[in-house]
Write a protein that binds this ligand. Structure first.
Ligand code: ADP
Ligand code: MG
Length: 733
């Protein structure tokens, strides 16, 4: 008790030192003795001390009481359950056994020096081993005594072993406290050897829990939400996640803390959106003018789908407000995003603004340029194409026309966002097939105009809603959820090597009907030598099946010169070749409506979204189309599952969901750097519905009370102020 007292004195003292430079604050604010107890450095926790504190900081980033409180156990074990040593089998992970310690001995030399001992109960023996802290261990462990031993089982030369076990001298007292569930914490080998093992950390957490009370962990959610969702209060949640009396208590705690995590994140996103809506300045597209109207009435080659119309309206509404638009446009492969982009760029031109459309590859940029040129026919719109391979003279001319404003629409690759490229008045930047563009690159677009241009990001393949809400939660969101009419669903089949002759015959029959065929080889890394050799072998193989002059084949891959790549691609686009052998350079966006079969070689090597992207290259015309996934016979379970998903649905949104389920968010392209997915407890895969609920509550609150000034939202406001700084919410007013 004495220690606690002096500990508090010390804390109070530290606080005064910290606030010395700000005396008004100290005088005006009445700080209760331990209001900021969670901010205390971890060394001040009884039983920790400076040495262990150093280790906790270094190994686990635990600097303060608060950090320790938020270091959650990854499992609980039933303290009362002691296994027999005989129970250890090859699949055993963690085990708790009790027995007598024998044969303590230091063996090996230098790097291999370790201490070993045998633990024996009446069913058998298990070896214990320590590689670090030998002196200390030798001092505290006594051979002949009975120990309760907990640890991770590994096998050394076929024999079970527990390395750096947690040892407790066996007493016959009953376990303390209300709970028999003992928390086991994530830790490291290093900490294990210094008495900070997975269960020893819990002793410190226990000390901490006894020290704090409800006022140290104040509620941050409104009562209404707690009641509505049946959530336990915050302090209780923290005590129960560490020391539950039973598993339902633990589950309640986890659910409460997960919700808090998701809700706070969603509220921040909602706030960013709201701030942008209220305060960001954007260029105004006042009217829909002559260019748009002429194109729409005279040249539009088809009726827009209802979804396309709706999305254009949404964008139209945004860009007329004087606020900056930041919008994510989702639409499945082939849903007609390009036309939406073109129509918006015409509106920009109608209002005297320039626009740019960025594509992830040279082939795609070229194709957009060709298509849009063809669509606009004789309309007075000046287009430009800028890619990495644009020559200096061409570059100069484009820059001149950008400067004087005569160039209205610039299409290109990431070359477009380079610093050197300057616009007279960029009104909107459209990023096509977004997953290849990073967040930082998007930000570069913002700087292209004094008033930041509107940004429209179009996805390559659908992103699951939960991912969109988190990774892109600060963006507004539109979705094209309707395909252009007259499309026949693509038939997808999975075939293996044995079926190759049949598959090739089928291709011949399609070609005989005037159709064209893609054959894709995996070349994931363009530099991968083996993949490259496979591609070349594959090409020879295709040539053998389809000899000239009955059949014409062109090939594109990333190692070709741009000119060659473009020529070969162009020959397929114009129908001069029957077959395009290609790597994934054609993955996104390429549009050849006459192509009706997509063959994917070694399909097991591709991810789901890539397969879906590739499949989207066919089924663009009125003809029945096919996607044939060719694999070897013995493929792994995951690959088999992917093939099954591909053959069972054409819906990109469903595929995206399954992709997320199978791979987890960390592996979904473009999300890794986003940071927003670093939840402590929540998972956007497992906690989908909780996330939806959090989003709904966050949106409702932002709508009703954007300043968080009402009494019921005071708690959230306080929380944000202490955690994000005093001005966090007031910036809104
Ligand atoms: P994505 O959304 O994958 O970028 P595209 O914009 O390339 O799709 O469109 C796919 C194909 O559908 C193109 O050939 C395009 O001309 C056509 N298309 C787009 N919108 C419509 C529509 N409303 N009706 C008919 N065809 C359309
Ligand atoms: Mg596209």
């Amino acid at each position: 008790m004495h220690f606690h007292f002096s500990g508090h004195l010390l804390l109070a003292f530290t606080r005064i030192l910290v606030f010395k430079g700000n005396s008004t604050f100290v005088q005006n604010e009445v700080i209760p003795a331990n209001s900021d107890i969670l901010g205390s450095p971890i060394e001040y926790l009884k039983g920790v001390g400076p040495q262990r504190a150093e280790l906790l900081k270094k190994e686990l980033n635990i600097f303060t009481f608060h950090d320790l409180l938020n270091h959650f156990p990854h499992r609980h074990i039933d303290k009362t359950k002691v296994n027999s040593i005989r129970d250890i089998v090859s699949s055993t992970e963690y085990i708790q056994v009790a027995g007598t310690l024998h044969n303590m001995d230091v063996v090996g030399v230098k790097g291999g020096r370790r201490m070993v001992a045998t633990l024996r109960d009446n069913t058998g023996t298990v070896e214990l081993a320590w590689f670090q802290g030998l002196n200390w261990i030798q001092k505290i462990l006594q051979p002949g005594q009975q120990y309760l031993v907990f640890g991770k089982v590994s096998f050394f030369q076929g024999q079970p072993q527990i390395v750096h076990p947690e040892m407790e001298l066996l007493t016959h007292e009953k376990p303390e406290g209300k709970s028999f569930l003992e928390p086991i914490y994530p830790t490291t080998e290093k900490l294990r050897s210094k008495a900070l093992g997975g269960r020893q950390i819990g002793k410190h957490t226990e000390t901490l829990m006894k020290l704090i009370s409800e006022k140290d962990v104040p509620e941050n959610l409104p009562d209404e939400i707690l009641k509505n969702l049946n959530l336990i209060n915050r302090f209780k949640a923290y005590s129960q996640i560490h020391f539950p009396a039973n598993m339902p208590e633990y589950d309640d705690a986890v659910r409460r803390l997960k919700f808090e995590e998701l809700f706070i994140a969603q509220l921040r996103m909602a706030r960013l959106r709201s701030q942008r809506h209220h305060f960001s300045k954007g260029v105004v597209f006042e009217k829909v003018g002559k260019l748009f109207n002429t194109f729409y009435t005279k040249y539009l080659p088809f009726e827009l789908t209802g979804a396309q119309k709706r999305v254009i309206k949404e964008i139209r509404k945004d860009t007329a407000t004087g606020k900056q638009m930041n919008r994510l446009l989702q639409g499945d492969v082939g849903s007609g995003k390009t036309m939406v982009a073109l129509l918006i760029m015409l509106i920009a031109a109608d209002n005297g603004f320039q626009s740019c459309l960025m594509a992830p590859t040279e082939v795609l940029a070229q194709q957009h340029h060709n298509n849009i040129t063809a669509l606009l026919k004789d309309m007075p719109v000046e287009l430009g194409l800028l890619t990495g391979s644009t020559k200096a003279a061409g570059r100069k001319l484009i820059q001149k026309k950008l400067d004087d404003g005569s160039l209205q629409i610039l299409i290109g690759t990431h070359a477009v966002i380079e610093k050197a490229v300057q616009f007279k008045n960029l009104g909107i930047g459209i990023v096509d097939e977004q997953h290849k563009f990073g967040v930082a690159q998007r930000a570069m677009l913002w700087e292209k105009n004094e008033t930041p241009p509107h940004i429209l990001v179009m996805t390559a393949t659908p992103i699951p809603r939960t991912l969109a809400m988190t990774a892109y939660g600060d963006l507004d969101y539109s979705v094209i959820d309707e395909m252009p009419p007259g499309r026949q669903p693509i038939t997808t089949v999975h075939r293996d090597e044995r079926d190759r002759p049949k598959v090739m015959e089928f291709l011949k029959s399609e070609i005989a009907r005037g159709r064209q065929v893609y054959i894709i080889f995996p070349l994931i890394e363009e530099s991968d030598k083996m993949d490259y050799e496979n591609l070349m072998k594959g090409y020879e193989n295709v040539k053998a099946w389809f000899p000239e002059p009955t059949y014409w084949i062109s090939m594109v891959h990333g190692r070709q010169k741009t000119v060659q790549k473009n020529t070969n691609m162009q020959r397929f686009v114009t129908g001069d070749t029957h077959i395009l052998v290609s790597t994934t350079v054609i993955e996104v966006g390429v549009d050849v409506p006459n192509a009706s079969v997509m063959v994917i070689e070694s399909a097991e090597k591709f991810g789901l979204s890539q397969l879906h992207q590739l499949r989207g290259r066919v089924g663009r015309g009125a003809d029945k189309s096919y996607c044939i996934l060719l694999t070897g016979q013995g493929i792994g379970n995951d690959a088999r599952e992917r093939m099954k998903i591909m053959t069972s649905t054409n819906d990109g949104f469903i595929i995206a969901e399954r992709d997320l389920d199978m791979r987890g968010p960390g592996d979904i392209e473009g999300t890794r750097q986003s940071g927003v997915l670093n939840f402590r407890l929540a998972s956007i895969v497992q906690d989908k519905s909780l996330l939806e609920v959090a989003r709904r509550f966050a949106d409702d609150i932002m709508e009703a009370d954007p300043k968080l000034s009402s009494a019921e939202n005071l708690r959230i406001r306080r929380y944000f102020e202490t955690n994000l700084g005093k001005t966090a919410w007031s910036r809104i007013s």
